[in-house]
Ligand binder design. Structure first.
Ligand SMILES: NC(=O)C1=CN([C@@H]2O[C@H](COP(=O)(O)OP(=O)(O)OC[C@H]3O[C@@H](n4cnc5c(N)ncnc54)[C@H](OP(=O)(O)O)[C@@H]3O)[C@@H](O)[C@H]2O)C=CC1
Ligand SMILES: O=C(O)C1=NCCCC1
Length: 335
């Protein structure tokens, strides 16, 4: 393992992105997400993603410099055309108007179109909770996941994130793939030569497998059987056709076998409890705390708790990157 401070990680990621021709706004925004993933112990969406970003660029499947275009579409609708670039700059461009609309209308949505998406969703939900908003985010990916009862890939790994603001405490946030595991997690098992648990994937004939590569080449499975399958379908619909963008099957077709990051849309919804509840908001948000106390009081943990703890530790002590990944990234500085 290679030990690095977060500042070292940021410098390395920014240098690689710059060297490959990303414009400065994309360098900053993409690096911030990758560093945040590594900092919070989300290894499937930290520096491991950097080689994939460069491979996507080399395949001609992401713009390194397109500027996002923001449209004020309706009293509670913001649309951002990412023009084929990574989603981060588009999110930053659309967020101020999303927040303004959520505060004035009580609820608002940000639809990002024509973006390339490779990251976790919590980096987009967390800043909204910091502004006192409840937030939800969704994005399809590539068709890798079989619907419950089927054996052929149809859905993406289609993550859902939810955030709830808490006074004087880190927000309650969950963020997960609707597949039993994120594809990145299965690939990390492959890289480490480790088997995957039964229930994550099946082979091409629909037989259960613990071999990561067989699952990656066969089909991944949804979490919670038909329940995760329905949620995956919901993500396809609301962050695909509902916002005029691609389904995971369409994204995979667009990919043309290049194994690039998914291309399509992202939907972010922001809700302002203050606008719904007025002067009563603080009292009701305080009542909500009983839910979290009820979870913690049984010795269970809150989602994101591990992530926040990892954040404190890595800010103090830095992070450890597998040597093979570090060398792969170093090679990007000369290739
Ligand atoms: N852009 C894309 O297309 C895709 C992105 N992704 C991203 O991949 C990331 C990882 O997804 P996935 O592997 O499904 O996530 P995980 O299964 O690792 O975690 C899911 C969520 O559950 C929480 N959690 C985990 N264990 C517990 C527990 N015992 N008690 C309470 N909460 C718990 C996690 O909190 P904590 O973090 O604190 O452990 C996290 O919020 C996500 O950030 C997702 O956005 C996934 C698919 C596609
Ligand atoms: O891990 C996953 O699943 C994905 N992450 C980033 C985008 C593609 C799917």
């Amino acid at each position: 393992m290679i030990h690095m401070t977060l500042e070292d990680v940021r410098h390395l990621v920014e240098t690689v992105l710059r060297r490959h021709g990303f414009s400065e706004p994309h360098v900053q925004a993409v690096a911030a997400t990758i560093v945040a993933g590594e900092r919070d112990g989300c290894t499937s969406h930290g520096v491991y993603r950097l080689p994939g970003c460069i491979a996507t660029l080399r395949a001609g499947k992401v713009s390194p410099d397109a500027a996002p275009e923001v449209f004020d579409s309706a009293p509670s609708v913001v649309r951002v055309d990412a023009h084929g670039a990574f989603a981060q700059c588009a999110f930053h461009a659309g967020m101020p108007l999303l927040v303004e609309k959520a505060r004035s209308q009580g609820i608002a949505m940000l639809a990002i179109n024509r973006c390339v998406h490779f990251s976790a969703l919590w980096p987009e939900v967390e800043p909204l909770t910091e502004r006192g908003l409840v937030a939800l985010a969704f994005t399809p990916s590539h068709a890798w996941v079989a619907p419950a009862g089927g054996i052929r890939p149809l859905f993406g790994t289609n993550p859902i994130a939810f955030g709830w603001p808490r006074a004087d405490k880190p927000p309650f946030i969950f963020d997960f793939a609707t597949s039993a595991a994120a594809r990145g997690e299965i690939d990390l098992h492959r890289r480490a030569g480790k088997p995957i648990p039964l229930g994550w994937g099946i082979d091409k004939d629909g037989q259960p497998t613990t071999d990561p590569l067989t699952a990656l080449n066969g089909a991944m499975l949804t979490f919670g059987g038909h329940k995760g399958s329905a949620l995956a379908a919901m993500v396809e619909l609301i962050a695909g056709p509902m916002i005029g963008d691609l389904t995971s099957a369409e994204s995979l077709a667009f990919d043309e076998g290049t194994k690039s990051s998914p291309y399509g849309g992202e939907l972010i919804i922001a809700i302002d409890p203050q606008r719904i509840l007025g002067a009563e908001a603080a009292r009701h948000l305080q009542r909500a705390e009983a839910v979290f106390e009820g979870i913690l009081g049984q010795g269970a943990r809150l989602p994101s708790q591990r992530r926040y703890e990892a954040r404190v530790l890595s800010e103090r002590e830095g992070v450890r990157i597998p040597r093979a990944l570090y060398e792969e990234i170093q090679a990007l500085l000369v290739a």
